[in-house]
Design a protein around this ligand. Structure first.
Ligand code: CUA
Length: 326
């Protein structure tokens, strides 16, 4: 089976650009509620901006200082006027608070039958872990079913942001944050990191892939037994992509945050301590499990360990894939 067919199985994006002028596509059940509240606050603000600035300009011109005109004594208070400009804003802010609180509670309270996916943020990629143990670089979900995200970070604070779902939540090391959504349309939706987290923050991208009815279960079963369906090198290529290696290591010779994988296997490279080290199976394995043990000259010790996050079989598959990059 080719690599493309694993990523495929879902129609190309139908929703990515289909929003209106102001807002992206409404891809979740909460999106219309958030937009209604947003537009209410927006138009109330526009109305009072025009009213207040318009009256100010009018008064500035109408009552300007001019020759032969004597200023009148300052007016005393006007109870009716003062009650009006107190009560109207009070009603407005109470309405906005009540409305906002209701929408916020709906967004915060996960429905009981939600499907749970673990989300991990790590400089600079997202991982999505499914109940069967599969880890993916994209968030695959069934359409029209509540999905609960239990999120944490391996390093610094990230923020999980899906504009089409009107969903944004901080992802914090050492604790779990939760959020949920219910996608309404099959398609692909962009995920961003919305909290500045270092060099490749802007590249910390992923997709939500919303599957049509039945499609998600098929995808999960296929994705879960990657190593049984593919040659080790093919599975290795998938793993290198899905576990975030390519955020720092290129496969085309370009130097990134880490050294390129192209032509690396079997080559001797100088380490930071001056030693010349052959990149063989054991070096790759050590670099995955204990990245700071031997660092190539010219690079920083920034790679996190994958101990406990890749099985021996998966590490072997990655090694087989690296061998093909010559
Ligand atoms: Cu992660 Cu910005």
């Amino acid at each position: 089976m080719g690599l493309g067919s694993v990523l495929g199985g879902v129609a190309p994006s139908l929703a990515a650009g289909a929003g209106d002028f102001w807002m992206p596509f409404q891809g979740s059940t909460t999106a219309p509620a958030v937009d209604r509240l947003f537009y209410f606050i927006f138009w109330v603000s526009v109305f009072f901006f025009v009213l207040i600035v318009g009256l100010s300009l009018y008064f500035v011109i109408r009552y300007r200082s001019r020759r032969g005109h004597r200023a009148e004594a300052s007016p005393h208070h006007n109870t009716a006027l003062e009650l009006t400009w107190t009560i109207i804003p009070l009603v407005l802010v109470v309405v906005i608070f009540g409305w906002g609180f209701t929408v916020f509670m709906d967004m915060t309270t996960t429905p009981a039958n939600a499907y749970e996916v673990q989300v991990t943020g790590q400089k600079w990629t997202w991982f999505f872990t499914y109940p069967n143990g599969h880890v993916d670089e994209n968030l695959h979900v069934p359409v029209d079913r509540p999905v609960n995200l239990v999120m944490t970070s391996e390093d610094v604070i990230h923020s999980f942001f899906v504009p089409a779902f009107r969903l944004k939540r901080d992802v914090i090391p050492g604790r779990y944050t939760k959020t949920w959504f219910r996608a309404t349309q099959p398609g692909e939706y962009q995920i961003y990191c919305a909290e500045y987290c270092g060099t490749a923050h802007a590249d910390m991208l992923a997709k939500v892939v919303v599957h049509p009815p039945g499609g998600f279960e098929r995808w999960l079963e296929d994705a879960g037994n990657l190593l049984d369906r593919m040659s080790p090198a093919e599975a290795g290529a998938m793993l290198v992509s899905s576990r975030g290696c390519l955020q720092c290591h290129s496969v085309d010779g370009r130097s990134g945050i880490g050294p390129t994988f192209l032509g690396a296997f079997g080559a001797e490279r100088p380490m930071r301590d001056g030693a010349l080290v052959l990149m063989d199976e054991n070096y790759v394995r050590e670099s995955i499990l204990d990245p700071n043990a031997q660092i190539t000259a010219g690079y920083e010790a920034v790679m996190p360990t994958y101990r406990g996050r890749l099985t021996d079989r998966e590490i072997t598959a990655i090694i087989e894939y690296l061998k093909t990059l010559q």
